[in-house]
Design a protein around this ligand. Structure first.
Ligand SMILES: NC(=O)c1ccc[n+]([C@@H]2O[C@H](COP(=O)([O-])OP(=O)(O)OC[C@H]3O[C@@H](n4cnc5c(N)ncnc54)[C@H](O)[C@@H]3O)[C@@H](O)[C@H]2O)c1
Length: 440
């Protein structure tokens, strides 16, 4: 493998340090406790030690992780496993020194492997995670946590009973613009949070080319319910995690509609979903995803009475920037001819102008944002930082606080969203899937 660029990892650690950990940043610790071990000092403590890690599932996302592992100085990728030869060969070409397996259970028998990275389809996440923990491995599994509610519970229980580190790739939790924005929200920047509005729109069918028909379900697993939770687990899991992170609470009621509106090609999962989650205090998360129109792109809006933060864009808008006097508003209306375009109503009626909010970046300098189009990942979206944290845990044995709990909460909310849409009824958060971490 090529010489690793040590600067990449240190740059990220430096950012976390600057956010305040080393100067007693209590605010940051309370909003992102999982970053407590991600400081340059903690990294220095491991010296030249390297985590011996293996990758199970060498498809699109798995190969993206190989790319990120190359830049993590304390990681050594020693084994690869896949049941699909073409993907195993492609990964082996990227990492020729790694040993190749076609059965992950044989790989888990190798005592010299410290940790495994799981990037298989969703229905296998729980099984492989449980087997890997039982084999004494530290585990980094792709999101979402599991395909069913019972599997989520089983993984959570296994985690409570192990001393191994477990991560789920909820990379927003390690993305600097999210970390900073959540800190700003918690410090009162936008006043009381009164609601949340997230959406992810794409215009692509999600289909992959299949070399022969018997491979359809293996390659296009995302489209079938046996393997996938559709848009909710593939996209919604990231965005709903952000909502529970900001709220520090879990919604109590879930309702929604979903259907196959456009891509009627034999798939089973919805291509259009719209789910409403309501907290006990009345606040609402409005969640929407569609893959036949991308006009609205991807956004995660946290709505406060004094402003709005769009976490995915790393910008905030303040209501005070938009305070215009009645006269200015009237002049603006005359200028834009808005009166001519609307029917007259009673004397007190006044059309509301489209708000002219000023965008403020949450971070100084350049930072990366995703347009939401890629299905694999985005450079500097936090995926490399969380993977680096995992490799560090493989060496130190230290668990990352709250990562499993956050993944559990968002996955359960996704699966309940699917259930609410399929059953066409409003669900109350089920008692049996509550965990002590959850506040309602
Ligand atoms: N965190 C993110 O932003 C992000 C982005 C993309 C994908 N993902 C997740 O990554 C996972 C993989 O997605 P993908 O797009 O790479 O899928 P993929 O189909 O490209 O890759 C999955 C791989 O797993 C292999 N596999 C299937 N069964 C296996 C088994 N029993 N043992 C070993 N390997 C097996 C397949 O052959 C395939 O190579 C999914 O859970 C997906 O949700 C996460």
């Amino acid at each position: 493998m090529e010489e690793k660029k040590k600067g990449v990892d240190l740059g990220l650690r430096k950012f976390i340090k600057e956010l305040g950990y080393m100067t007693g940043g209590a605010a940051l610790l309370s909003t992102t406790p999982w970053l407590a071990s991600c400081t340059p000092e903690k990294l220095a403590e491991i010296g030249n030690a390297k985590a011996r890690v293996a990758l199970i599932g060498t498809g699109s996302r798995g190969q993206y992780h190989i790319h990120n592992l190359r830049n993590i100085p304390h990681a050594e990728l020693v084994a690869l496993c896949d049941v699909y030869p073409a993907n195993l060969e492609a990964a082996a070409a990227l990492c020729p020194e790694a040993k190749c397996y076609t059965d992950y259970r044989r790989l888990l028998e190798d005592k010299s492997i410290d940790g495994v990275i799981i990037a298989t389809p969703l229905h296998l996440h729980a099984r492989i995670t449980l087997d890997a923990l039982a084999a004494g491995k530290h585990v980094f599994c792709e999101k979402a946590m599991a395909r069913t509610l019972d599997d989520c519970k089983a993984v959570y229980e296994a985690y409570r009973n192990t001393d191994r580190a477990l991560y789920f790739c909820m990379q927003r939790m390690y993305d600097e613009k999210y970390v900073k924005a959540v800190q700003l929200i918690s410090s009162g920047l936008i006043g009381d949070v009164v609601g949340m509005r997230c959406h992810w729109f794409r215009n692509a069918d999600w289909r992959r080319e299949v070399p022969s028909p018997e491979l359809e379900r293996h390659i296009n697993w995302r489209l079938y319910k046996e393997y996938s939770g559709g848009l909710m687990t593939e996209l919604g899991s990231h965005q709903l995690e952000v909502c529970t992170w900001v709220a520090g609470k879990i919604p109590t009621r879930i309702a929604g509609f979903g259907d196959i509106v456009y891509w009627k090609d034999g798939r089973e999962v919805y291509d259009s979903v719209n789910v409403t989650y309501q907290f006990a205090d009345g606040r609402i998360i409005s969640y929407e995803s569609l893959i036949s129109n991308k006009y609205n792109g991807m956004e995660e809006q946290i709505l406060g009475h004094a402003g709005t933060v769009d976490l995915s864009k790393g910008v905030y808008y303040l209501e005070e920037d938009n305070l215009v006097s009645g006269m200015r508003q009237l002049l603006e209306q005359v200028k834009t001819g808005v009166f001519a375009a609307v029917p007259t109503a009673g004397p007190s009626w006044r059309p509301e102008l489209r708000a002219k909010y000023v965008p403020h970046p949450v971070l100084e300098g350049k930072f990366s944002i995703s347009d939401g189009e890629s299905s694999v990942g985005f450079v500097a979206d936090g995926s490399d930082v969380i993977l680096s944290a995992f490799c560090q845990s493989c060496i130190t044995g230290e668990k990352a606080k709250d990562v499993v709990e956050e993944a559990y909460c968002s996955t359960v909310l996704c699966l309940l969203g699917n259930q609410a849409m399929e059953e066409g009824r409003t669900l109350t958060f089920p008692e049996e899937y509550k965990i002590p971490y959850m506040k309602f």
